[in-house]
Design a protein around this ligand. Structure first.
Ligand SMILES: Nc1ncnc2c1ncn2[C@@H]1O[C@H](COP(=O)(O)OP(=O)(O)O)[C@@H](O)[C@H]1O
Ligand SMILES: [Mg+2]
Length: 426
């Protein structure tokens, strides 16, 4: 707000006097006497103002709304609607109430003056008009009015700027909130990974001892021509425990992977029969494979396991049937999505496994990749399917995310980094 009164006054004068550059101020004269109108109009026109006239209150209101003058000079005594009433109506109209009104009148009682100012006039000139007085007051009120308008425009502009800045700030805060939330989630999964990694490692060692001892026992018994059912029970339990440990190792990224250059489409085609059987119960399977899919470096058996785990969940989420869709694409993962996945931004092969099942709410969705998190009863769910998916993908340089709403199905998106080198042609 650096513009001072002098500057605006100068602008007003320049506009008024020269008619060049800035538009000359427009003044609406309201008077029922043609003679009065002529005298005042001539005087003001000589000063360079743009003069418009109205012969009565009704016409004044109508013209003011149309031309939006910078100032109104109003006679108080007029037939039909007098000047006071006209002024009152102007001030009641939100579009017009800011136009300054100066009364030009023969009425000179203190009551009339008070009435004029009470209804919102800015000034009161008593006839007969003194030329210097009229010109000085007109110029002063035009200057003040311009200054006010300028101020309002600037306030409005600044308000807009602040609103935009505020919106940006809120978006940035929301983005940061989301990023922090993802970071916390990734850190939590990292901590869980370290814990399960440690536990699975220790138990694996103990299990190796039990397994080796059991094998030895079986051998010795066989030597002695004996056989005990209990050794088989131990053997089975060891196998079950080993599978469980394998899943925990997968989550904690301690699996031994055998990565090779593969095309995800080939893997899905190879599993198609199995997928159709898995989804036979009233489930319509749709497979859409991108023919230009880029290769990835991954462990085929583990990728098959990932697909099976996702498909089994999808089937379990559709007890009354539905649609199961598998799609592949090559996708560019931008900065934001990469941050939520905990991967580098870049090109990825995307596998989408979508169902139209029961879906899940946000509280469940946040925890589905944690080991032992399940909403199913112990016979159906172990809570280790998605943690295995998560661990294998993270170990392979990729990631996974789920989108879902209760009753609206679930979509799992698996990302594996595109392999830079093309496979040698056969
Ligand atoms: N397609 C799906 N639709 C709805 N919920 C799902 C889906 N897939 C996984 N979930 C939720 O994630 C949880 C964890 O899945 P998972 O790790 O495979 O364990 P489990 O299937 O043994 O419960 C499930 O219990 C279920 O609540
Ligand atoms: Mg499961």
């Amino acid at each position: 707000m650096n513009i001072g009164l002098d500057e605006i006054d100068q602008q007003a004068r320049q506009g008024a006097a020269s008619g060049r550059g800035a538009r000359p101020p427009t003044i609406l004269l309201v008077d029922d006497s043609a003679e009065n109108l002529k005298v005042v109009a001539t005087l003001l026109e000589t000063e360079g103002y743009d003069i418009r006239i109205a012969r009565d209150g009704r016409m004044a209101l109508e013209r003011a709304a149309r031309i939006m003058p910078d100032l109104i000079l109003m006679d108080a005594l007029m037939p039909l609607i007098d000047g006071f009433e006209t002024c009152r109506r102007l001030k009641a109209d939100p579009r017009l109430h800011q136009i300054p009104v100066i009364f030009l009148t023969v009425l000179n009682s203190p009551g009339d003056l008070r009435k004029a100012f009470d209804i919102g006039a800015v000034d009161y000139i008593i006839k007969p008009i003194q030329e210097p007085e009229l010109l000085a007051r007109v110029r002063t009120h035009l200057t003040v009015h311009r200054f006010q308008q300028d101020l309002e425009r600037k306030v409005e502009q600044r308000t807009q700027e602040l609103m935009v800045a505020n919106r940006k700030l809120q978006q940035e805060m929301a983005r940061r909130c989301r990023a922090e939330e993802h970071l916390r989630h990734i850190q939590r999964m990292e901590a869980l990974g370290q814990l399960t990694g440690r536990i699975s490692h220790d138990f694996n060692n103990i299990l190796s001892v039990i397994s080796a001892a059991n094998d030895l026992l079986v051998k010795r018994l066989r030597h002695a021509g004996l056989c005990l059912d209990e050794t088989e029970v131990i053997g089975n339990a060891v196998d079950r425990a080993a599978r469980l440990i394998g899943q925990l190792r997968a989550f904690s990224r301690r699996e031994t992977l055998h990565p090779e250059m593969i095309n995800l489409n080939d893997i899905i085609r190879g599993m198609e029969d199995m997928l159709r059987i898995a989804g036979s119960e009233g489930i319509v399977l749709r497979i859409s494979l991108d023919p230009d899919l880029r290769p990835v470096r991954a462990d085929t058996a583990k990728i098959e396991q990932i697909i099976m785990n996702l498909v089994v969940n999808a089937v379990q989420a559709m007890p009354d049937g539905g649609n199961l869709t598998l799609e592949t694409h090559t996708a560019t993962v931008g900065r934001d999505r990469a941050a939520t996945l905990g991967v580098e931004a870049g090109d990825y092969v995307e596998l989408v496994v979508a169902d139209t099942g029961i879906g899940m709410d946000e509280a469940v969705r946040r925890r589905i990749f944690e080991p032992y998190f399940t909403t199913k009863d112990p016979e159906t769910g172990s809570g280790l399917g998605l943690s295995t998916v998560y661990g294998i993908l993270r170990q392979s340089g990729g990631g996974v995310r789920a989108e879902s709403e209760p009753g609206k199905g679930a979509t799992f998106r698996v990302y594996l980094p595109v392999c830079a080198v093309a496979p040698p042609s056969a």
